[in-house]
Ligand binder design. Structure first.
Ligand code: XMP
Length: 321
């Protein structure tokens, strides 16, 4: 890989912002650029960089793909509205669920999300806006893991030899590609983004679909969405790197109200990590674990089993899909 990383210790966030702002402004010129905001630190930093560089020549979309967390689309749009950055909320739920229908293989699901995003929804938005450029929050680790063949990050295109101009009709600009997440957080902070954004725990591009083993349907997403809300509420003060819920495909026999229930299994994961490249499970207290088990089975009636992941990364990965 001939891409040069800018390490956190070598990063001057203010200078980086100035350079990237000038670069974006120079490349885009008088054309229009678009970008998709998810609320994660990468896409948020790119949105602010793009907004500073391009103002009204940048159109930012929040694509509601139906696989985001509870209340997430509305919350993210409102944070940016407060910062004076207009965001258009696009309802693309049906495109994503149609693309995911019947798929169980992890890489096929990731591919379907990539295609729904870049080929279906984005191509339409780019056409409608007349944009020639897409600003993109790809970071150094995304490229590294995809090139190494570990997990296909949904946002990697050119590094896999995909000519976006030919495949999708627009050019991609990736201002964060030399930074790892910790460096992106510093840039996001220097850009004036609130703590809720620059300290936001990582969340994967394929969103809750990365946490559903087996077919991704609106109903199964709703189960993992509810469990995620519980896990995030209970574990937000742990200081852990990332915490999540995973819906399993296999069912197990349970008992509720004196009756047999062939129910769902939910797995909780909580990670200690600095860069997501390696990870260890957080040593949560048994009281915390037991409360999670109780809340998940009581508040999501179809779940009868809750487990806690105790494997390290590697060989595990942080997400399940
Ligand atoms: P894994 O599961 O590969 O995750 O150990 C490493 C870190 O990356 C996040 N992740 C993603 N982020 N697009 C992203 O932007 C993706 O496709 C993706 N998959 C995983 C994951 O949440 C963890 O922080």
């Amino acid at each position: 890989m001939d891409l040069q990383e800018i390490k956190l210790k070598d990063l001057d966030p203010k200078r980086f912002i100035e350079e990237k702002t000038n670069e974006i402004s120079f490349i885009v010129g008088d054309e229009i650029a678009v970008n998709a905001l998810s609320g994660g630190v990468d896409s948020s930093a790119v949105t602010m960089l793009g907004h500073n560089a391009l103002g009204a020549k940048l159109e930012t979309y929040f694509i509601d793909n139906g696989i985001m967390r509870q209340g997430e689309p509305e919350r993210v749009v409102s944070i940016f509205k407060e910062l004076g950055v207009p965001i258009e909320l696009i309802d693309a739920k049906s495109e994503f669920f149609n693309a995911l229908k019947g798929l169980k293989d992890p890489e096929e699901k990731r591919q379907a999300i990539t295609d729904a995003f870049y080929r279906d929804v984005f191509v339409r938005l780019v056409k409608e806006s007349g944009a020639k450029f897409l600003l993109h929050g790809t970071n150094y680790t995304d490229v590294e893991e995809t090139v190494a063949g570990i997990k296909r990050q949904h946002n990697i295109l050119e590094q896999l030899g995909i000519d976006t101009q030919e495949a999708y009709g627009y050019k991609v600009i990736e201002p964060l590609i030399q930074l790892r997440k910790s460096a992106v957080r510093e840039v996001a902070r220097a850009l004036g983004l609130p703590e809720e954004i620059h300290k936001r725990p990582p969340f994967p591009g394929p969103a809750l679909a990365a946490r559903v083993i087996g077919e991704v349907t609106p109903e199964r997403i709703e189960l993992v969405r509810k469990a995620t809300a519980i896990v995030e509420e209970e574990l937000q003060h742990t200081g852990a790197f990332q915490y999540l819920a995973v819906l399993h495909e296999d069912r197990v026999t349970g008992i509720r109200g004196g009756k047999r229930e062939f129910g769902m299994q939910m797995e909780v994961r909580c990670w200690e990590s600095t860069d997501a490249v390696t990870g260890t499970p957080t040593q949560l207290s048994f009281d915390v674990l037991e409360k999670l088990g109780r809340r998940i089975t009581e508040e999501i009636p179809s779940v009868v089993s809750v487990t806690y992941n105790i494997a390290h990364k590697p060989p595990s990965t942080i997400e399940a899909v």
